[in-house]
Design a protein around this ligand. Structure first.
Ligand code: SAM
Length: 445
């Protein structure tokens, strides 16, 4: 650990500093958050084979001891997201309500976006933006796995979002890129990269991102700013500088009982912001909740009428779903679906909006994994194969499964979707994406 960093922590924490040093020797907190659009928390607790200790931060978040749950069928079917409970704090403070239009400006890999989308429960709209193309793809795979449909992912600089979508959102989350001091146990690289100069650079970038966030918010809208660092320059000082620039923004109490007050800082009431330290049962987090004064409805984004898909897509959708998707959007050979109208996001770089149903190729329709993972499709799917544990393991490894069914089938385990296959009357040929298959040696617990 760098001397200069430890000296700052000693100044911040005073007599609590030894407790912080002690926390560094402890294993980091681990946890998961149940995706209630897939499985109720009560049901999850009745089927989870691990000890799940409740957190005071979010009712769906639990502390666990297990380290390798990425290959578990409940994870692969989007029943839960691996997230240490204190990382769920910012979205709890954002207080998302059904029907809200929400922007998550720095969204990958999607811990907070998946939490927001679960709270929206297929109502309203979530725009998840990520500046790094590779990270935007990871965000997409998480949104698909957890089965969401009423969202879009863009891959843009925050200023481009602000230029295009002024005043369009009820709630905006800036989970800012930061020096990551709270994540040193998880990401050793953050410790290597730490310097006071980097802290200052991060603070400047945070100011820039907050300026964009401000523009996207409607009057009366809520802006939550969060980091996973302890540096005052990136937390209280960033918020104070932002509030000094925008006189129509006010700091609100976070309205939660977890964590502790912030550090004293001229220009803000430190009792209103929240800090979480390892001594509070989490990794390092900072959260501030702000409101744009006044009240005005959000500016409505232009929406599109449902588009007509080609005959192959239409035949596929009619064959597979009891109730057709309400809105379709086609782009080239690809077909997308939503329960609400598609919004016009041009000229933004859109990675995905809605469910990718599949694509028409060579006079047939080739479905996509997302079609079978989408939560809104689950009760309408006409062809399903329920796998036992042995079949589930075989399926996740890419093997065929014995079945007398024909055509495309959603492959489920304990009622949770994992993907799809195509039956020929004897076998279901495996369509679980090659890049997602688990190794031959893996045994499901
Ligand atoms: C703390 S992480 C977000 C974590 C995410 N909210 C979650 O819960 O999974 C910050 C993100 O901001 C992105 N980022 C980096 N520079 C940025 C910039 N100048 N503007 C916007 N986002 C940026 C990073 O690529 C990173 O994905």
């Amino acid at each position: 650990m760098k001397e200069a960093f430890l000296k700052r922590m000693q100044e911040y924490l005073g007599e609590e500093y030894p407790a912080y040093l002690e926390s560094l020797k402890q294993p980091r907190f681990r946890g998961l958050r149940v995706n209630e659009t897939r499985c109720s928390t009560d049901r999850f607790l009745s089927i989870a084979p691990w000890e799940c200790r409740p957190s005071a931060i979010c009712p769906q978040s639990f502390y666990i001891h297990e380290e390798h749950l990425g290959n578990h069928p409940y994870h692969l079917s989007g029943v839960f997201y691996l997230q240490e409970p204190s990382a769920s704090s910012a979205v709890e403070v954002l207080d998302v309500q059904r029907g809200d239009w929400v922007l998550d400006l720095c969204a990958a890999p999607g811990g907070k976006s998946t939490q927001i989308a679960a709270k929206l429960a297929h109502t309203g709209f979530l725009l998840s933006n990520e500046i790094e193309p590779k990270r935007a793809r990871v965000l997409l795979s998480n949104m698909e796995r957890l089965g969401f449909s009423e969202y879009a992912i863009t891959n843009e600089r925050p200023q481009r979002i602000a230029d295009t979508l002024k005043g369009c959102f009820d709630k905006v989350l800036v989970d800012a890129p930061c020096s990551g001091e709270g994540m040193f146990k998880k990401h050793e690289q953050a410790m290597e990269d730490w310097s006071e100069e980097n802290v200052r650079r991060c603070a400047l970038r945070q100011q820039e991102i907050l300026r964009s966030a401000y523009e996207t918010l409607r009057p009366g809208g809520i802006l939550v700013y969060s980091t996973c660092t302890y540096a005052k320059e990136e937390n209280e000082e960033t918020v104070a500088a932002f509030l000094a620039t925008y006189s129509d923004m006010e700091l609100l109490d976070c309205g939660v009982s977890f964590g502790r007050s912030g550090f004293e800082q001229p220009g803000i009431d430190a009792a209103k912001v929240r800090r979480i330290f390892p001594m509070d049962g989490g990794e390092g987090h900072f959260i501030a909740r702000m409101r744009k004064k006044g009240d005005a409805p959000r500016i409505r984004m232009r929406t599109l009428p449902s588009m007509k898909a080609d005959a192959y897509a239409q035949a596929f959708l009619k064959d597979q779903l009891q109730e057709p998707d309400a809105y379709l959007y086609t782009q080239g050979t690809q077909v997308y679906a939503r329960t609400q109208p598609f919004v016009l996001l041009e000229p933004l770089k859109v990675v995905r909006q809605g469910i990718l149903c599949g694509e028409s190729v060579k006079k047939r329709f080739e479905p996509h994994q997302h079609f079978y993972m989408a939560s809104v499709h689950q009760s309408h799917l006409l062809y399903v194969h329920d796998m036992d544990q042995r079949e589930c393991e075989q399926f996740l490894k890419g093997h065929p499964i014995a079945s007398s069914q024909r055509g495309f089938l959603c492959m489920r385990y304990q009622g949770f979707p994992l993907g799809f296959g195509k039956g020929d009357g004897t076998w279901v040929k495996n369509r679980y994406p090659k890049g997602m298959r688990i190794g031959e040696q893996v045994r499901l617990c």
